[in-house]
Design a binder for this molecule. Structure first.
Ligand SMILES: Cc1ncc(COP(=O)(O)O)c(C=O)c1O
Length: 425
């Protein structure tokens, strides 16, 4: 059996062994590695790693996630360290670079991100969020008037707007294809997108997972078709990182942007962009500093973007470690297990319409649904007023987006289903 000291160390909590950082309740959990993942207590003990209030239920990591305690502790620790010790900083001393981000290459974090998405760290740049990453790509790529950018009709503003700007400013053509909500099935959405490609299509930009329905698009197959036609492919992974497995080599996309502040439990303001070297080396920087034209480390050209916030990167680092320690596949399976439990319960209710795809292989932890005749605000507010549960409204038609994560329990899902059952009678 592993010792408590070993367990804490494995969770990156070793610094706390001898310290009493305020606000940190020491976990009363058994060693993680000694638990059987099928044991219901395993997830209860994982839940103990989060500070989330016990009298409320959080179902909205699709907007901004919940940080494990260790993430908050690592950030706070570093914030205090730089507040008190900034005079120690010799500035030129490379060993003391961790006061400001935005000038250093952040290689250790980029390597962890590379491990997460199966990419070379040199092809990864750290960004603040998805919107920045997508904007760097759209602004940095050269398109001619008439060149087409193809995407779906269900993209988030942070993913599509930089391409609309490209249309207005440079005369490229921004085209969307209606994919339906709910999406009928994988084959149909694949056909719809494929048929919308024309000889003028130069960019295919797609959400890997549609935020307004949770649908996982057949990106691997579509990227393969785009590649045959010489089309640059870029995926918006705002909703996938930390929720489902992402392997950019397997997908075969040319670029992928993501963030860690939703499903990965990292602090807000943490993201990345991956671009294959053959494209990255020719991509213009939008925000430029000393390294803007130094191609020795392409990812660094984009990572270097002026003074930033190092403590949040400490938090990100801890969030990545937490994810790897728990085991990515275990996390993804749990998220999907809970999502599936929710969808199964809701689909049995006659007056409930589910807008997530009927094909379970296209779903994971996001479920979008409404009760006949209700608005999203009504459903969201009822959840809060009656049960202190927090899914998020999706507007008048689509009801709520209800996300399930590792800090949720089967009981919480079952309670949500029984509430909807009662309300929809
Ligand atoms: C699909 C999608 N793209 C982009 C974004 C914007 O992400 P960020 O706020 O990290 O820029 C979101 C946010 O919800 C999203 O769901």
């Amino acid at each position: 059996m592993l010792s408590r000291r070993h367990w804490l160390k494995s969770f990156g909590l070793s610094a706390l062994l001898g310290s009493t950082l305020s606000g940190f309740a020491e976990p009363t959990v058994a060693p993680l590695n000694s638990l059987n993942p099928d044991d219901p207590d395993f997830w209860k003990k994982v839940r103990d790693q989060f500070s989330l209030d016990r009298d409320k239920v959080f179902f909205n990591p699709g907007t901004v996630g919940a940080m494990p305690k260790v993430v908050v502790d690592k950030m706070t620790e570093h914030l205090k360290y730089i507040a008190s010790g900034v005079a120690d900083w010799a500035y030129k001393d490379d060993n003391k670079e961790e006061y400001i981000s935005g000038y250093n290459n952040l290689m250790s974090i980029r390597k962890k991100v590379g491990q997460l998405i199966n990419a070379d760290a040199l092809e990864i740049a750290m960004t603040d969020n998805v919107t920045n990453g997508m904007s760097y790509i759209a602004n940095g790529i050269t398109l001619q008037p008439g060149d087409e950018i193809l995407t779906t009709d269900q993209e988030h503003g942070g993913g599509q707007s930089s391409w609309k700007l490209k249309e207005k400013r440079f005369g490229a053509v921004f085209k969307t294809v209606a994919i339906g909500k709910p999406i009928t099935n994988t084959a149909e959405v694949y056909d719809k997108i494929l048929k919308a490609i024309t000889p003028k299509t130069k960019v295919l930009m797609l959400s890997h997972m549609i935020s307004g329905s949770g649908a996982i698009l057949p990106v691997k197959e579509l990227c393969a078709e785009a590649k045959k036609r010489g089309i640059f492919t870029v995926l918006d992974g705002a909703q996938t990182i930390g929720q489902i497995k992402v392997d950019v080599k397997d997908i075969g996309c040319d670029a992928y942007v993501g963030c860690f502040h939703k499903w990965m439990g990292a602090p807000a303001g943490t993201g990345f962009m991956f671009v294959k070297n053959e494209y990255l080396k020719n991509l213009w920087t939008s925000v430029s500093s000393y390294r803007w034209d130094d191609h020795a480390d392409e990812g660094f050209r984009f990572t270097q973007r002026g003074t930033g916030n190092f403590p949040i990167l400490k938090g990100l680092n801890a969030a990545l470690d937490f994810h790897f320690e728990l085991g990515p596949d275990r996390v993804y399976d749990r998220i999907k297990f809970l999502g599936n439990r929710l969808r199964t319960g809701l689909r049995a209710l006659p007056k409930v319409k589910v807008f997530s795809p009927p094909e379970e292989s296209m779903c994971a932890g996001i479920t979008v649904y409404n009760i006949d005749g209700w608005t999203g605000t009504k459903l969201q507010d009822n959840y809060w007023e009656k049960a202190k549960m927090r899914p998020r409204s999706q507007g008048d038609v689509y009801g709520v987006r209800h996300c399930t994560h590792i800090f949720n329990s089967e009981e919480e899902i079952d309670k949500a289903i029984s509430l909807v059952k009662e309300w929809s009678k």
